[in-house]
Design a protein around this ligand. Structure first.
Ligand SMILES: Cc1cc2nc3c(=O)[nH]c(=O)nc-3n(C[C@H](O)[C@H](O)[C@H](O)COP(=O)(O)O)c2cc1C
Length: 189
């Protein structure tokens, strides 16, 4: 079951924007982050939730989408995320955050998948612009943005080919392909 969930938990970048994600759903997802492992159990992560259009629009402006898709500037209006979770590091708790944000983010994205949602972790963020737009206090480091919604695209996993090209790509039908390395390639000892 977990493998199925992990397989289904792809990065989605186009959504049915009109299908809302409730604040309650976002809170449930952050609860999965809260319950996840944290270095020294310091739990320095804090979160901003955005289930509403105006804030979503401000967040969207600060994000970089799918760098490998050179002729695609990101989702158009109508296909944008219905919600966001911004993962912050509270520098009054700890100065560096290690892998905590990745662990929490994966818990959140798996939970979203189980809810029938999909999304994308984004680290390509104009940090100063996002801080300014949302009035985020300097005590918080902006670590990740999680975009969420009802996916409006198909994403498939392919094996990495002999050319070793790991770049994701989109075919003529709009299907997004993600090459993954073979198990035997990544187990090196
Ligand atoms: C830490 C991290 C940061 C990422 N940042 C971005 C980003 O800024 N923009 C984006 O479009 N995708 C981003 N992604 C999504 C990756 O491109 C995606 O995970 C990768 O292409 C593999 O696809 P998959 O998630 O479906 O396995 C990020 C993923 C991770 C784990």
């Amino acid at each position: 079951m977990l493998k199925g969930l992990v397989e289904e938990n792809r990065s989605y970048r186009r959504f049915h924007q009109e299908v809302p994600v409730s604040l309650e759903a976002l809170r449930e997802l952050v609860d999965l982050g809260r319950l996840s492992a944290s270095g020294a159990n310091m739990q320095p992560l804090k979160y901003i939730l955005s289930p509403e259009a105006e804030r979503n629009a401000a967040i969207f402006e600060t994000l970089g989408w799918a760098a490998y898709l050179k002729d695609w500037a990101g989702p158009e209006e109508g296909e944008r995320p219905a919600a966001y979770i911004i993962v912050l590091g509270d520098t009054t708790v700890r100065k560096s955050f290690g892998v905590d944000p990745g662990i929490a983010a994966q818990s959140i994205m798996l939970g979203a998948t189980e809810m029938g949602l999909g999304g994308c972790m984004l680290a390509s963020i104009q940090h100063d612009a996002l801080r300014e737009a949302l009035g985020i206090d300097q005590r918080y480091e902006i670590l990740l943005v999680l975009a969420l919604g009802k996916p409006k695209e198909t994403v498939v996993i392919d094996p990495v080919g002999p050319d070793d090209d790991i770049k994701y790509w989109r075919d003529a039908d709009g299907v997004h392909h993600v090459p993954k390395r073979a198990l035997d390639e990544i187990i090196v000892g």
